[in-house]
Write a protein that binds this ligand. Sequence first.
Ligand code: ASP
Length: 457
Amino acid sequence: MTNVVRDVLGKRFIVLLLLLSMAAGTVGIVVSRNLANAAEPVQLPTFNIPPVSAEFEASEKPNVLVIATGGTIAGAARNGDKTNFQNYAAGTYTMADMVAQLPVHKTADVSTFQFGNKGSGSYTIKDLYDLSLAVDTALADYDSVVVTTGTDTMEEIAYFLDLTVRSEKPVVVTGAMRPWDVIGTDAPANLYQAIKVASSNKTKWFGTVLMLNDVIYAAREVTKTNAHRLDTFDAPMFGALGYVDDPAVRIYRAPARAIKAGTEQWATPFDLKTISKDSLPIVEIAYSYQEAGGGAIRGFVEDGAKGIVTAGTGAGGISSKMSQARSAAIQQGVVFVTTTRTGSGTMYDSGTGATIGGDNLNAAHARMLLLLSLAFTSDLPTIHSWFQSFGTGDVEISVDENTVLKTSVEEEAEEPVVEVPASEEPSVEPSAEPSAEPVVTEPVETAPAVEEPVGAH
Ligand code: ASP
């Protein structure tokens, strides 16, 4: 073969390779376009969360990020009047300034991220979607997160986070009833204490908790009970999870959810990364009272509500006019959840039927669960099941029987009889009084030592 022929063949081969690789590239683009069309990619928000600093990285203390949204905790006295607890400018100070004013924290290295700076009631559900994703983004690097919000809708924000954050690391929500710079403010103390709870790691696997006034509550159970008092938060049917005092953070009970720690059942189905915030539906609350009309329900439906929670009288009853409006709305596919306006009490769910029992979630909590449920499914039985599982704080302990340590009674019954030397045998004299203690002569060695079962104390 001459050099010329070799050159020509070589060039043709290269051209052929080029054509093939271009064709392959085109196929690649088509495939990726097809995939993109098959499942519309979700546009996820990004956040300027500060990385853990080198100094904090080197320190032994846990890294806590405070994500600030505003509220009274960041409020400033109006016209310099530091004695007025009701008239002030909420959401004024930045969290970086506030943390800088605190004494250096004994138990945590604290960083801050300003998500927003306004009253809790000004946030939209779409904002809460972003907030939840910000919390999860932060928990990829930080050991725990404190979220500061206004107290007015804090229970709703906290429960939204509880239902959506994927990380098992501690999330502690706090705020204040008096602005940052007035006399007798609870703001710096609540911020300091919330950081302490978060850095203790004691609420890992608890979901979101709320801490104000040194008391720790489960997000699912807590509600604001007073417009002004510092001890406004309470969990009417359940009480506190624990307390934070100077020596320690003490947890006295765990939410039912914590029992599922480390299992698939711990995580809710509400993974926000898989949905667009545009798919969060309108869900409203209709309050019943003496001869309540059906107009609220009809109006909500007209406005596009996909779900409605009723806050009924007593055990969840609603007026006959409301009831008629509800029946008509159900015909149009609106999903209803029954709660009570009394502030506590359980609405049991039958698992079927057009209305769902809201367990003992208050109306605001039940609305968050219904809203998220409807964002992820329109299947009514599935929503029933989510209210019965994630909405219900029912404790069930399941233990693998094969791994259970035997009780001492069972153990004794199964133990082979141990020969006791005659000299060591206890002398037990039956008493005339059946209830009297038997007289036992030392030394007593009635049975071989039995190891105490774990958890006996
Ligand atoms: N209006 C305030 C808010 O919820 C009240 C508070 O923070 O306590 O934002």
